[in-house]
Design a binder for this molecule. Structure first.
Ligand code: SAM
Ligand code: CA
Length: 220
């Protein structure tokens, strides 16, 4: 036992999954589909998806934003956890990926909850702000191009109501953020947002070592 977060070995990870995952069959099929793709590592892990579903339910979230859809696993998790009149504004630039997402959303009967916006996420978020939707969203998941993470954070913070939650993915970036020899643009972008969030008094935060690192930021 230790007072530090446990290191997850393969056998501990298997135990965790075997004893806690309750993955919906549509989520399992989508995960199997994505696993056959070269870009499969872009998908969030199933235990992270289940954790996000719990967050949605704890908060009674209804209006949500997703920045970075890919083949739709995280959006399907959120959509399944939302009430029947819940909504996701889902942003991506690639229909190549979201065409796959749409099929699985349809199979899971949640297509009506997801408003897919194809185009640079910055433009979509700006449109929402310009339409007067600031302070109206309950939850936002940020998981697109890392170089724009700070822009996504600032725009989502504006769009969230006080008490709304932003979840930011890949904040540990396979551990690269902790290695000072690594200074590529993606690592630097995540590192600088992590640093900013640490001191940002507009939010309460927790950096969780789930998946590739997930920061939760609760708007005050
Ligand atoms: N959340 C997804 C999941 O659980 O499967 C994974 C998202 S993947 C890591 C990142 C996605 O961001 C890709 O589908 C990519 O097309 C999209 N993306 C990259 N740049 C973008 C941009 N400027 N605006 C919107 N989406 C972008
Ligand atoms: Ca991710």
């Amino acid at each position: 036992m230790s007072n530090q977060t446990i290191s997850i070995t393969d056998s501990i990870y298997k135990y965790l999954c075997d004893n806690s995952l309750r993955e919906d069959k549509n989520l399992s099929s989508l995960r199997a589909h994505t696993y056959r793709m070269e870009q499969r590592n872009m998908q969030i892990s199933p235990e992270q998806g289940q954790f996000m579903q719990l967050l949605i339910k704890i908060m009674n979230a209804k209006n949500t934003i997703e920045v970075g859809v890919f083949t739709g696993y995280s959006s399907l998790c959120v959509a399944l956890a939302l009430p029947h009149d819940g909504k996701i504004i889902a942003c991506d630039i690639s229909t190549k990926y979201t065409d796959i997402a749409e099929k699985y959303w349809e199979d899971a009967n949640v297509r009506n909850k997801i408003d897919l916006r194809i185009g640079p996420a910055i433009d979509t978020l700006k449109t929402l702000i310009d339409k007067g939707m600031s302070n109206t969203f309950d939850f936002s998941f940020i998981d697109a191009d890392k170089i724009n993470y700070d822009n996504y954070y600032e725009m989502c913070l504006q769009l969230l109501r006080p008490g709304g939650l932003i979840a930011i993915d890949n904040v540990l970036w396979s551990g690269d953020v902790a290695d000072i020899r690594i200074n590529d643009i993606d690592t630097e972008s995540i590192r600088s947002l992590n640093k900013k969030l640490h001191k940002d008094s507009r939010v309460d935060i927790s950096l969780l070592p789930i998946g590739d690192g997930l920061t939760l930021a609760l708007k005050k």
